[in-house]
Design a protein around this ligand. Structure first.
Ligand SMILES: *Cc1c(COP(=O)(O)O)cnc(C)c1O
Length: 394
């Protein structure tokens, strides 16, 4: 390949060796739990490290390995490790990096289950954590405990307000804490819109269930970074067992091939729909980093190649108006998750924050009339027509 191939070329050819089993052009699904040794001598050479080969499914699989190589090519990382879900990636990486007495700093709008794992489960293991608001440099520096802070974790863009992290600021915080690693969950950005490793991040995490897979047909997670760090996380994956199955790895490879096309389309639709919503009299406010009204617009324009396919907005009303609007959508489908080819819509108050009261939700900035729209790859004009009729109907 050329010295620096473009994203479209990397998506198709990246991590794909020439000459595959049976002259197949696609990577075969190797559905095998274990692998045959020809002799005890082969076993000895394998364990001495003189022979590279498969051993047992929890330690590696050829289809999964091929998917890892393609993702590493796209992310621009030395290595990538895949897992059975985004949460398996997050929890395995954190277990590998932390021990009793350590401290974690994370932004308070991180994925809910990630916050729960760090606060509740790592808390039980004497690993303390501090939540900081996104973009608050002073709060970040006040939270650091040099010598004890071993992980700084943020997401970018975040859910549901699409806050964009100033990665240089987080990298400086990491530099001031010897032995700390900076982790970014870049699920919403994908390597097409942002490559955090270029900004000094140590590990990029993805829920590959979302854009990377892209078709709502698999669960997967990934961590990308330096070879040694990723290898230590893979070793722990072999112990904890959160591996990706080969069939999902095949689907993920297939999904990654169209990632640049899909994300480009979702970026275009995102901007178009966000602008349309912002001009609509029944919409109170739109949250999309591509809009000048977004607090992180300048930062996003400077550090990202696209603004993504998730648009959040507030209507002018209560939780029932939001529900009537969502229920009136005919094309956008009511479902959790994001990043796939189908446009999905949800009311965060009734999905991720259903157990809270209106007052409790408002205290953490989740309004009852907030809607999150995850654009698929249908025609933007059809999505707009659907939103338009639903706004009238509600
Ligand atoms: C969905 C999601 C996760 C969890 O990933 P799963 O694949 O569902 O386990 C983690 N982080 C972010 C930002 C997500 O959107």
């Amino acid at each position: 390949m050329a010295a620096k191939p473009n994203w479209g070329t990397l998506a198709i050819r990246g991590g794909e060796p020439r000459g595959k089993a049976y002259d197949s052009i696609t990577t075969p699904v190797v559905s095998s739990a274990t692998y045959v040794f020809g002799s005890t001598d082969e076993i000895t050479r394998y364990f001495n490290g003189d022979l590279e080969r498969e051993e047992y499914g929890r330690y590696g699989n050829p289809t999964v390995r091929a998917a890892e190589e393609k993702l590493a090519a796209l992310e621009g990382s030395e290595a990538a490790a895949l897992f059975g879900s985004g949460m398996a990636a997050v929890t395995t990486a954190l277990f590998e990096l932390l021990k009793a007495g350590d401290h974690v700093v994370l932004t308070n709008d991180c994925y809910r289950r990630t916050r729960q794992f760090i606060g509740r489960f790592l808390g039980r293991l004497a690993i303390e954590s501090t939540l900081v608001p996104p973009g608050d440099e002073k709060a970040l520096h006040d939270a650091l405990r040099p010598g004890r802070t071993k992980v700084i974790l943020t997401e970018s863009p975040t859910n549901p307000y699409l806050r964009v992290a100033d990665l240089a600021l987080y990298a400086r915080a990491r530099d001031s804490c010897a032995g700390a690693n900076l982790l970014v969950d870049a699920t919403f950005a994908t390597p097409i819109n942002q490559r955090p490793l270029e900004h000094g991040v140590d590990l990029v995490i993805h829920s590959a269930t979302k854009y990377l897979g892209g078709h709502n047909d698999l669960l997967a997670g990934a961590v990308c970074g330096r070879e040694g760090l990723v290898q230590s996380i893979k070793d722990l994956r072999g112990v904890l067992g959160g591996v990706l199955d080969p069939q999902s790895a095949f689907l993920l490879i297939r999904g990654l091939k169209t990632l640049p096309l899909r994300v480009q389309r979702q970026n275009e639709s995102g901007l178009k729909v966000a602008r349309w919503l912002e001009a609509h009299p029944r919409v109170r406010r739109v949250f999309y980093p591509g809009l000048e009204s977004h607090p992180d617009h300048a930062l996003a324009a400077r550090t990202m190649s696209g603004f993504g396919g998730v648009v959040s907005f507030r209507l002018r009303g209560d939780v029932r108006l939001g529900s009537r609007f969502v229920d009136a959508c005919k094309l956008a489908t009511i479902a959790p998750s994001l990043g796939a080819v189908e446009t999905l819509i949800e009311q965060p108050a009734l999905m991720s924050y259903f157990e809270l009261t209106t007052e409790e939700r408002e205290a953490i900035g989740i309004y009852d009339d907030l809607i999150r729209l995850s654009l698929g790859i249908e025609d933007a004009d059809d999505i707009i027509a659907d939103l338009s009729q639903a706004l009238e109907a509600a």
